[in-house]
Ligand binder design. Structure first.
Ligand code: TIU
Length: 230
């Protein structure tokens, strides 16, 4: 069992029962020409998350932790896309329309893919989700149950949308959720701060906030003696 420095207080987790989950690190959110930019956002604001996510990904693989990737997107026929979600965009810039990276937020299109820096390794589950939360209409809960997972380290984008929705869903399902502040990103700096504060407020109302440096230190064999507890 490891003890991780976090807010609002240190949190215990066991790598064998913890999954690293990377939320929607897709070209559609992190590169120009995709869904994020279509919504009017400066996608460059999310790119600082890539290096911390990569470092956590490498460390998780190194200690044999379960790694899960998610992608937000829809069937090419849009049958799983709520009309209220599609109609919020204006043609020709809406879900399903053709953009510089293919049809926006559609499974199988270049923009829907995970950025090459964080490409899933063989055997790592990739969850395709139609909503903001990773549990909604997916087999994530089943995969976590079968893996004996009790804690999640939740990284990805965007902090106040898909990361928050997933953390709230996971917390209600009994998972301990640890959010590394530098490995989650928002198009809105003020939302980033508020979203992280919402997690830690009220005694950690639905999780813990730490950062990649402290998680890497906890996972590192050389420092395990400092962070491990009986
Ligand atoms: N727009 C926005 O901030 N986020 C999303 O639409 N999806 C995710 O957060 N993945």
């Amino acid at each position: 069992m490891l003890l991780l420095d976090a807010q609002p207080e240190p949190v215990r987790f066991e790598p064998a029962t913890t999954a690293l989950i990377l939320i929607d690190m897709q070209r559609d959110f992190l590169e120009p020409g995709g869904f994020g930019e279509m919504l009017g956002n400066d996608v460059s604001l999310l790119r600082s998350t890539i290096a911390p996510c990569k470092a956590l990904l490498v460390a998780a693989r190194g200690v044999g932790m379960m790694v899960i990737h998610t992608r937000e997107g829809h069937r090419p026929d849009l049958a799983d896309a709520p009309p209220a979600k599609i109609s919020r965009g204006h043609p020709p810039r809406r879900i399903g329309e053709v953009g510089p990276m293919g049809r926006i937020l559609i499974r199988g299109e270049p923009g829907h893919g995970i950025i090459p820096e964080l490409a899933p390794a063989p055997g790592e589950p990739v969850i395709d989700k139609p909503g903001k939360g990773a549990f909604y209409q997916t087999d994530l809960a089943l995969i976590l149950a079968n893996g004996g997972i009790q804690s999640l380290i939740v990284c990805g984008v965007t902090t106040e949308v898909c990361v928050h929705t997933t953390v709230r869903e996971a917390n209600d399902r009994g998972f301990k959720c640890i959010v590394p502040a530098d490995a989650v990103g928002s198009y809105f700096p003020e939302f980033q701060q508020a979203a992280l504060a919402m997690i830690t407020a009220q005694g950690g109302i639905f999780g813990w906030v730490s950062d990649s440096t402290r998680i890497l230190a906890a996972l590192s064999p050389s420092s395990a003696g400092l962070s491990s507890i009986a």
